[in-house]
Design a protein around this ligand. Structure first.
Ligand code: EPZ
Length: 420
């Protein structure tokens, strides 16, 4: 297994190009199953999870082909010849469940392996299932699979989510696009990735109102057609590198970054003493002087993103004072805490909150990555720490960050991958 070795203490300076958003690209590829025409997606990031989704979509019989020469554009489209999403692919990536809604809507049936829990929490998919049932699908859970049938097609329904779910909103939005009649999604998630999916569906001929709000209204159409769509820049990658500029006392231009997508992170970073300016090309991020502790609580968008919690915590490890970080989305998303503490951080967890008391300096250590965002929090700590840090199990990182070592090294970090 590859490792990443970092010798810390170098302020980062330069430019980092922000790639296409992983969490927009994944449902968008599943949306390719909604039409037999070509859905051409550009700005596709080179990530392990995106490759897994390509493999999954392709094994449903649909062609997934590169377009042009930029290596970041793919066309998806064709007949669905197999409506089974097998355990061997789904166990690698929970987002595989995005094929459920499109398959039932278009093929009238789907058999999708149930994703298990994962490192950050139990993560059931009951809201996806209840929503499809409300739209007329007959669903049984058998042999570790969700088997859904709607031989006469899905119909519209009013679905009020008891709490906000990104994945359930996306799955049901895709299903509703081809259902007969009107579907209302109430208390829907409104992350930028959902708006991106909705805009792509509209370009494919879907009728959706309320994009960007918590109340989506979809008038189903009989068929969707091909379209071309550019995936939005990855706001979490952007926020992560903003933390890299801040924790190293550096100065980075994040090309493609958008302030309006960063929600509450920008407010917290500014409160902590980080300057962020927007230009039409991207964000300029630099640290003014010392960092102050600033409290955050994770919430659905536009609140503070749970996907930024670990990276922000690494930053707070070296602040003046203290920061209270509360995680409300996932029940087990503090696994980076013991690893950060091994690097000299002072963090105490009490239930769903962590108190981070800033220390003047972290010290390098061998550490273990446990999930995607936790991995990058350790990279950030390593960039700021005195001495050498080795981050083990970096395959987690490769699922969601492209060319980490190259991007950071080009801005002055002393970082290298050690193949294992
Ligand atoms: C998406 O996961 C993201 N993944 C996650 O990104 C992100 O952390 C999460 O949204 C929250 O923002 C993708 O977009 C591929 P949810 P998702 O449904 O859709 C519970 C990353 O690091 N829930 O909004 O799975 C669930 O357990 C990641 O890139 C149910 O109880 O998240 C959680 O506590 C990891 N039943 C909460 O809702 C359901 O049917 C929110 O989950 C669905 C969800």
């Amino acid at each position: 297994m590859d490792k990443i070795r970092i010798r810390g203490g170098k302020p980062l300076s330069g430019e980092i190009v922000i790639g296409g958003a992983k969490n927009a690209g994944l449902p968008l590829m599943a949306a390719g199953l909604l039409t037999d025409e070509r859905l051409v997606l550009s700005n596709v990031p080179h990530l392990a999870d995106i490759r897994t989704m390509q493999e999954l979509v392709a094994q449903h019989g649909v062609a997934v082909e590169p377009v042009g020469t930029d290596g970041r554009t793919v066309a998806i489209g064709g007949e669905i010849t197999n409506s089974v999403a097998p355990y061997d692919i789904v166990r690698k990536m929970r987002a595989s469940v995005f094929v459920l809604g499109p398959l039932v809507a278009r093929a009238g049936e789907a058999k999708v392996s149930l994703p298990g829990g994962c490192a950050i929490g139990n993560r059931p998919i009951d809201l996806h299932i209840k929503g499809l049932e409300a739209m007329g699908a007959e669903i049984v859970l058998e042999g570790g699979y969700v088997q859904a049938r709607a031989p006469k097609g899905l119909h519209g329904a009013r679905i009020a989510f008891p709490f906000v779910s990104v994945g359930a909103t996306e799955n049901l939005l895709m299903a509703a696009a081809l259902a007969e009649g009107r579907t209302e999604l109430v208390n829907a998630a409104r992350e930028p990735e959902i708006c991106d999916l909705a805009h792509c569906l509209v370009a494919m001929g879907a009728q959706i109102e309320g994009i960007g709000t918590a109340h989506l209204v979809v008038e189903g159409v009989k068929r969707l057609h091909g379209a071309e769509h550019a995936i939005i820049p990855d706001r979490i990658e952007c926020g992560t590198y903003a933390c890299a500029a801040a924790i190293t006392g550096g100065d980075l231009f994040l090309r493609g970054g958008r302030l309006d997508h960063l929600g509450a992170l920008v407010k917290a970073l500014r409160e902590a003493g980080v300057d962020i300016d927007e230009t039409p090309q991207g964000l300029h991020v630099r640290r003014r002087a010392g960092l102050h502790g600033a409290d955050v609580m994770t919430e659905p968008y536009p609140g503070f993103a749970t996907d930024m919690q670990a990276q922000y915590m690494a930053l707070m490890c070296v602040c003046d004072g203290a920061a209270l970080i509360t995680e409300t989305i996932f029940e087990n998303r503090f696994m980076h805490v013991p690893e950060l503490n091994r690097m000299g951080a002072r963090i105490n967890v009490h239930g769903s909150s962590a108190i981070v008391r800033g220390v003047p300096q972290l010290s390098g250590a061998p550490v273990m990555a446990t999930d995607l965002r936790a991995s990058f929090s350790l990279v950030l700590a390593g960039l700021a720490a005195q001495g050498e840090t080795t981050v083990n199990r970096v395959y987690h990182l490769d699922r969601g960050y492209e060319a980490v070592e190259q991007k950071l090294a080009a801005c002055g970090a002393d970082i290298e991958r050690i193949p294992g």
